[in-house]
Design a protein around this ligand. Sequence first.
Ligand code: IPD
Ligand code: CA
Ligand code: CA
Length: 260
Amino acid sequence: MKKNAKHELSAAIDAAVDAGAMIKKRLGRTGTIRYKGAINIVTEVDEKAEALIVGKLNKAFPDYGIIAEESAPERKGSGSWIIDPLDGTTNFAHGFPFFCVSIALEREGDVVLGVVYDPMHEELFTAVKGGGAYRNNQPIRVSEVDVIGKAFLATGFSYAFKTKKDNNLDHFRRFMMAAFAIRRAGAAALDLCYVACGRFDGFWELDLKPWDTAAATLIIREAGGITTNFDGSPHSNYSHKLVASNGLLHKRMLAILEQG
Ligand code: IPD
Ligand code: CA
Ligand code: CA
């Protein structure tokens, strides 16, 4: 990691924790809700959280660009912050306490740090490239489950799934039949951190965006896990299909996805 990333990590943590605290205070008081699509909403709180995070990071590091969910991307030469100010908006808007803030820093196409904060459980997941992964400053590791029949897996569905042929329902059915159990909890970045700390054994989803995956996929890899596309090639934050696992289940998960 280049020098100064320590400062970037503490700035990202500070922004994520502040935004998370604000989001938590607003639970049950979402304010205005805007529809981006039939089942895709954005609340006043998403926008407020993004403004808070972007304001802090821009002030501390004016040379980095910003790729954030609720605004137009602004790229700069030195690198970009990749921000989901509130991952799990549908959950938040319904008072379902499973959502998080996600912030990553990408330099030369490589994510060098990731921070995911769950304000309801006060869990802070962090990683810097090459430095391991942590939950509230304690090292974390992926699970050791190596049999699909014992695997506790997670997935999600894109907001466009009702109008798409490749909509994850076939994959979902096959994994339901093969795995121990599956959850669709509604916050991809947090699902991925649950893989990193061994609560889930694997995760897959289509059509995720860079702000859903950038921080948490680094956290998984730093916790000993693997992240690929459905064909087994390395996952980039701009790919459309993600499989993440503890490594031991990866081949089997890819084989199940291939059956479709
Ligand atoms: C969504 C959540 C959800 C996933 C969707 C995402 P948002 O992000 O991560 O779990 O299934 O694909 O778009 O809209 O709540 O930030
Ligand atoms: Ca998201
Ligand atoms: Ca979001």
